[in-house]
Design a protein around this ligand. Sequence first.
Ligand code: C2O
Ligand code: CU
Ligand code: CU
Length: 467
Amino acid sequence: QQAHSQMPSIPLKIAADNLPLLAADALPAGQPHAALYRLPNLSSKKGMVSATLTAEPYEVELLPGKKTTVWAYNQHIPGPLIEAFEGDIVEIRFINKLAQPTTVHWHGLPVPSDQDGNPQDAVPVGGERLYRFSLPKGCAGTYWYHPHPHGDTAEQVYRGLAGLFIVRAKDDVLAHLPEQHLVISDLKLAADGSIPDNTMNDWMNGREGQFVLLNGQRQPLIKVAEAQRWRIWNACSARYLRLALPGRKIILLGSDGGLLEKAQQLDELLLAPGSRAEWLVAGPEAEVDLMAMAYDRHKMGAVAPEQDIKLATIQFIQNTSAQLPERLRSLPPKRIPVAKKRVVFSETMSMEGGQHSMQFLVNGKSYDMQRVDFVSRVGDTELWEIFNDSHMDHPFHMHGMQFEMIDSTLKGKTSPAPWRALIDTFNLLPQQSARILVTQQHKGLRMYHCHILEHEGQGMMGQVLVK
Ligand code: C2O
Ligand code: CU
Ligand code: CU
């Protein structure tokens, strides 16, 4: 039967919807902002970054007297920050001490497909492998890494596996600015301190926890004494971050794939799950909140109304300003596409014997590791149209490179992209479509999917074979 063959091949682990949770203010707030742990480079060779990453469960005490078992890279949550320069060779020895197979996927980076942690390349329980790739010129930007095993990505990420990756350019015009790194993640804790499985609602809408953390802390205090460059990651499974600094403008410097051509002044910035941004943070002495404003992503079923969430307090302890160059970077000219592809996201819901049954599909199909959905050629520029033929927002992501959005269309109205930017993830509203220019640089299989990890895990993913 057709419908049956499209069901996810992996049975879902499901927790009760009415599981008692800790109160949303149970974790302490207001502590000084913690810097990310940087992964030490074990190589003394110039142009070489080498390190070991171990994924394993370990126990933490987030609340006095309550033990939480997290799954983490090198016992750090958020995972370690890897820093490298364009031109570097990166060698990561990876050890899997989890009770499940896993992979390490280098979200957004142009690494060869066999080094990119595809679901086909799982590292078995107790196994290890070497990930090795070089960082080409032009790929400076703000990236991250996370597991990508078939069906288990969402669980491995919500239990704590996600780390950060920054690639720097040697000719970065903003290299003089001190940096601040802000990883925003989501955590759900049961009343006993444990991290519960996904509920049915989590599988349907994507998981959101009662805690939205910044570098693992609830509402930390960030002191700003000089003009700074911020890098911000949305590492949540499903939460959209409509970021704002009430009373101030956001000065956007960069996107997923590095600097924009020109800085942009914005009132707010929507960071979809998986996306990153770079900001300039400066201004007069004041205390300002970093907020995630309520955002309606058209969740299904009976869900609580969205609320504004305070992420951090920013204390500007003196007047600061920075002179930005007129041009931050020159992006290569847009190339004329030689082929087209069309991707359609859809979801279907039904009730069968009192049980919800859902399907999250791409071009009418559920992900199949053995199936090639599209074929592309290395170096060809293609125009991909992505259409969200569903009732919910879905963030589209493609592996292996940065692409550029040309325009988007909603209710018959087409709007050009507001500025040029290299991105690997963007949101689509229900019934919205967008056109992007895609150029793959390596041969091999690449995934494209919804970055709500529960949707990806239930099959909202396809793959293109680059020849
Ligand atoms: Cu960030 Cu295929 O993932
Ligand atoms: Cu990715
Ligand atoms: Cu989705």
